[in-house]
Design a protein around this ligand. Structure first.
Ligand SMILES: [Fe+2]
Ligand SMILES: [Fe+2]
Length: 177
């Protein structure tokens, strides 16, 4: 069995991942309503990724015969100002999740729970990518805040929301979507 402290914190993290997923759907819908389909699609995809992160954690707990509890989530934010605001909120969310992932890795190490420490490595790498991605998108959005079509052009031109298959990703319960 993994360390109890780790199991408790990973269950909390599952709630953060589902909350992030729900928040990204709200952001996607916000852009969709403004006919910004590329931004919308990027965030719909991001929502699925967060859902998959949660279910990777669920699978890990199942595999290790630890308790799993599927949480409810708070209502996400649905109202945003100009085109940059939802992206700025997303960057903050990714940074917060990054800190939580780091704390989880630290907990596993403190508890000398090496399986759990190893499990967290992929998420550490993932957070570096997600914070970097959101921070680039925010920079572009701030530059083009008066002409959101150019943000859309950037996403298409740079294939910014293309997902490269990642063979090293942990398996999700029920399979990743
Ligand atoms: Fe995540
Ligand atoms: Fe994320």
């Amino acid at each position: 069995m993994p360390a109890t402290r780790f199991v408790d914190r990973l269950n909390e993290q599952i709630a953060y991942e589902f909350a992030a997923s729900q928040q990204y759907i709200a952001v996607a819908v916000h852009y969709d309503a403004q006919s910004l389909p590329r931004l919308a699609s990027l965030f719909y995809k991001q929502a699925v990724e967060e859902r998959n992160h949660a279910l990777m954690m669920v699978k890990y707990l199942l595999d290790r015969d630890a308790a799993v509890k599927i949480p409810g989530v708070d209502e996400p934010r649905n109202d945003f100002g100009d085109v940059t605001e939802a992206i700025a909120l997303s960057l903050e969310q990714e940074k917060r999740v990054g800190d939580a992932i780091e704390a989880l890795a630290q907990t596993a190490r403190d508890e000398k729970d090496y399986y759990s420490e190893q499990f967290m490595f992929w998420f550490l790498k993932e957070q570096v990518e997600e914070v970097a991605k959101m921070s680039t998108l925010l920079q572009v959005a701030e530059r083009e805040r008066n002409n959101p079509s150019r943000i859309e052009d950037f996403i298409v031109r740079e294939a910014f929301d293309a997902d490269a298959a990642d063979q090293s990703a942990p398996e999700a319960a029920g399979g990743a979507l």
